[in-house]
Design a binder for this molecule. Structure first.
Ligand code: SF4
Ligand code: SF3
Length: 550
């Protein structure tokens, strides 16, 4: 195996024996073969696009195939075997359809033509075809770096596209771009420059997909609004829902209504509380615990069943493993998996609900409230107040500290950074990075809280809209003239698409931490430094000085 797609990769270089995330070598190889299969399907898909042929189910398959390979999403080898076989069937159907339409299919690559006769064949190819399958199959380190940067961006894009699709929102242009970009990563004729351009285009589609998901979420559930979220517990049996999928949450809330079972959020599901549509459920109690990496201790104490709708899932402790359910792109061997919805009907969560009824109420681990809900619409409503505070000097600077949280000790930097920021600064956040400072009670500036949480990582789009709005209000030519600094924490591939989207929007001088991605080769990193001023972090004191002076 070789995997370096996340921030916690071994030695900041690559996981080669087993993943820090818990991914075994054979699972990692199967995930690589899944991606390889998607690339091959996409090569045919591009040809289909050229003649305007659409194959039903193709967009969704590519989306969920990519999504399943995101860090901490799916650890289930059986599921990958099943999906690879499904992919090969789809690929064959597509090939036939194109052949019938007279499309020239002579120069297809191995990814679009390899065949297997059994599960063993699949496993054999995944483990042995190192010249073609996997990250290291690309020998040139700059080409490899760009191919992977694009692929990881596509994984994040796919995740957001799937959430939008679950709410009935999709954009065929986004799916078409995914096919084009996946196929391009197989194309040896593309130069470094071509791939840099494609990376920027990936950012452009990143903006589109986040706009689409924003539209899907806000049209379906209303605009996030200022909300106090309870972090203590009640005395009823309960289900803990984690991940990012709001449609799954809606189905669960509907089905738990009147059952005596409460629902709490964990990790990235916290921002669901900010949506008006979810406030009508009085059994939707609050948020339990913190970011994903604290799940082992927190799930043990929760006592009830846990539902994963997306990443980040950590291999469980035995003490609670029998209480964990997965759905959508997530999976883990031995966990119950709730099947996808059919014909738009709700998923069936009855088994989890019955399970919850047999278990005790959660053990309280915290008490009090946290505040959030500062999506673009809510912040625009406060615009006068914000602008006045900037003009009067009450707010000197905004710090975008969106992104991911993670296990590394070094990430305490973000807690210390938030504490040490001058009192006339405001943190704009989104994603699970917020758990490093959202319970610190950092106070407010003329009624504006010093931590403004826009929501999940995909809601980083809101932060971009807020910046663009401020640029308009202050009549500036360039978004970089605003008093906004970017100190972003990353972990998995959704952060990659958010980063590429910000770069596409022209945001400069983003600092990424706690370490730069291992998949950036020195030359690719140099391009990002020279053209976009990308930097990393050093220590709290020097960094605050640097940001405040910039
Ligand atoms: Fe290693 Fe991260 Fe890949 Fe897991 S996802 S194998 S931790 S690089
Ligand atoms: Fe967190 Fe996994 Fe990235 Fe959506 S839940 S931000 S790490």
């Amino acid at each position: 195996m070789f995997c370096f797609q996340c921030q916690e990769t071994v030695g900041g270089k690559g996981c080669t024996k087993v993943g820090v995330c818990g991914k075994t070598a054979d699972l990692a190889n199967l995930q690589d073969l899944m991606i390889y299969t998607l690339k091959g399907i996409s090569e045919l898909g591009v040809k289909a696009d050229e003649i305007g042929y659409e194959m039903p189910g193709l967009d969704r398959f590519i989306m969920s195939g990519l999504f399943m390979t995101i860090t901490n999403a799916n650890f289930d080898k059986e599921r990958f075997l099943k999906e690879i076989k499904r992919g090969l069937r789809l690929r064959e159907q597509l090939r036939k359809a194109l052949q019938e339409r007279g499309v020239d299919l002579r120069d297809l690559k191995d990814a679009a033509t390899f065949s297997v006769n059994s599960d063993d064949d699949i496993v054999f190819k995944a483990n042995n075809d190192k010249e073609r399958v996997g990250v290291l199959a690309t020998k040139d380190e700059d080409i490899r770096s760009l191919r992977e940067l694009i692929t990881y961006g596509l994984k994040g894009m796919a995740a957001y596209a799937e959430h939008a699709d679950n709410l009935g929102y999709n954009d065929p242009e986004i799916a078409k771009f995914m096919r084009k970009a996946l196929a391009a990563t197989l194309d040896d004729s593309l130069t470094v420059e071509d791939l840099i351009n494609l990376t920027m285009e990936t950012g452009e589609y990143g903006v589109k997909v986040m706009a689409l998901l924003d539209e899907a979420n806000t049209s379906t559930y209303g605009n996030p609004e200022i909300t106090e979220v309870e972090i203590g517990v009640r005395n009823n049996p309960a289900i803990l829902i984690s991940g990012h999928d709001l449609r799954d949450l809606e189905d669960l809330l509907e089905q738990t209504k009147g059952t005596g079972v409460d629902v709490y959020t964990h990790g990235e599901m916290l921002p669901a509380h900010y949506y008006p549509a979810f406030k009508k459920y009085d059994h939707f109690v609050g948020n339990y615990g913190n970011a994903w990496w604290k799940q082992k201790e927190e799930f043990e104490k929760f006592n009830g069943p846990i539902l994963f709708t997306t990443n980040c899932l950590v291999p469980p402790k035995e003490s609670y493993a029998d209480r964990v359910y997965t759905t959508g792109s997530t999976g883990y061997p031995g966990f119950k998996h709730i099947p996808d919805r059919e014909d738009g009907k709700a998923k069936d969560f009855s088994e989890i609900i019955e399970h919850a009824k047999r278990l005790p109420a959660p053990t309280e681990i915290e008490s009090g409230k946290i505040i959030g809900g500062f999506g673009h619409a809510q912040v625009f409503k406060l615009a006068d107040k914000v602008v006045e505070a900037v003009k009067s000097g009450a707010i000197k600077k905004f710090f975008v500290m969106a992104g991911c949280d993670g296990r590394m000790k070094q990430r305490n930097y973000y807690t210390e950074f938030a504490k040490a920021l001058p009192k006339d600064t405001v943190i704009l956040t989104a994603g699970c990075a917020k758990y490093k400072y959202n319970k610190l009670n950092l106070g407010d500036i003329n009624g504006i809280p010093r931590v403004l949480d826009a929501g999940q990582c995909n809601n980083s789009y809101s932060l971009a809209l807020i910046a663009l709005k401020l640029k308009e209000i202050f009549n500036l030519n360039d978004i970089n003239e605003l008093p906004i600094a970017y100190n972003i924490a990353w972990y998995e591939q959704k952060a990659v698409i958010v980063l590429l989207a910000l770069l596409y929007l022209g945001v400069k001088n983003i600092h990424l931490g706690p370490t730069l991605p291992a998949f950036l080769s020195p030359n690719v990193a140099k391009v990002l430094v020279e053209n976009f001023g990308i930097g990393t972090i050093s220590n709290v004191e020097d960094d605050i000085k640097m940001f405040m002076e910039a």
